[in-house]
Structure formats: C-alpha cells, structure tokens
Design a protein around this ligand. Sequence first.
Ligand SMILES: Nc1nc2c(ncn2[C@@H]2O[C@H](COP(=O)(O)OP(=O)(O)O)[C@@H](O)[C@H]2O)c(=O)[nH]1
Ligand SMILES: [Mg+2]
Length: 157
Amino acid sequence: MAVTELEVYRLTDGKVTPWRKTPEWNEKFLETLMEDIVVFKPPREMGLSEVRVLMLSRVGSGKSSFSNTINSIFKGRISQRARSGKASHSITTVCTPHVTKSRSGSALNFRLCDTRGLEATQGLNILECNYLLDGHVPDYYEHSSLPERWGSQMSVS
Ligand SMILES: Nc1nc2c(ncn2[C@@H]2O[C@H](COP(=O)(O)OP(=O)(O)O)[C@@H](O)[C@H]2O)c(=O)[nH]1
Ligand SMILES: [Mg+2]
C-alpha cells in the first residue's frame, strides 16, 4: 500500500471527531497566517534573498490557480495573474517565477515557480524535469512542446 496522505480520526460515541484541535477560521487567524508568511526569510546561512517553490505536477492539477490564490489573498481581491483553466494541453507554457507582494507593496521572500506540467504526449520531458529540479532552467524559459520521446535527442549547451 502506498500511502500519500493520512488523516487520523477518533470515534467517540459514534461521532467522528478530528484528532486535533485546529484554530477557528476567522479574519484574525487569516491575518496571523499572512503575517507568518510576510516575515518569512530564508535562513541567513543559506545566503539567499528568497526561496523558490517549484510547482511541478500534471497539467490541470491547479498550479497556476494556486499561484493566483496566494496572489489574491495578499491583494485582497480576486486576481487572475497567471492564465489558468481547462484546455486540451497546458495553458502555461513558460516557466514563470511569480512574485507575491505584501499589502504594503514589498516583494515577499519566495517565488512560486509555475511550470508547464506533465502530460502523456506533450508537456515537460524528463530532461527538462531534471534541469528544473536542479534549478538550472532560466526564468521565463519556454518549455518545449515536443513529444516526450524526442527528449533524449535534445542537445544541451
Ligand atoms: N475544483 C477545483 N478546481 C480547481 C482547483 N484548482 C484549479 N482548478 C481548476 O482546474 C483547472 C486547471 O487549473 P490550472 O491552474 O490551469 O492547472 P495547471 O495546469 O496545474 O496550472 C481550471 O479549470 C481550474 O479552475 C481546485 O482547487 N478545485
Ligand atoms: Mg498552469
């Protein structure tokens, strides 16, 4: 059995109760969570001004939407910065490091790196995936839409 996610519940008198207490979701808690993100800085010894969060999954799983959600939270209104939606192939074609700004307008110390995503016939090929994981793909790189079988023939400079 390959477990990818697990939630534990305790049964009491036939009622299902969550195994831990979670804070009540309200405006104040939202502000607290946002503040945690605003003050985030990579550890000094890493010598980095920001961290990069690579979003890599199958096409249509919600990478671009997630980036829009985070952006909307800090903008305080619905924002559709990254193109998202349903199509026969990925709408995202370019490797985009999305900057999130705090309400005061300063850039937060992380980038949400959106990618084309994986699909059966088009999308990222294995070579591109490896370069992405190693951080060796330039910002705004346009992913190849060649079928995966051509990946091994790509020349790399
Ligand atoms: N129900 C549901 N649909 C979602 C969610 N996130 C994204 N979608 C929808 O899934 C489709 C693909 O989303 P998109 O962000 O373009 O996926 P990407 O290819 O991974 O970037 C769009 O029609 C979104 O509206 C979600 O959390 N729930
Ligand atoms: Mg996308």
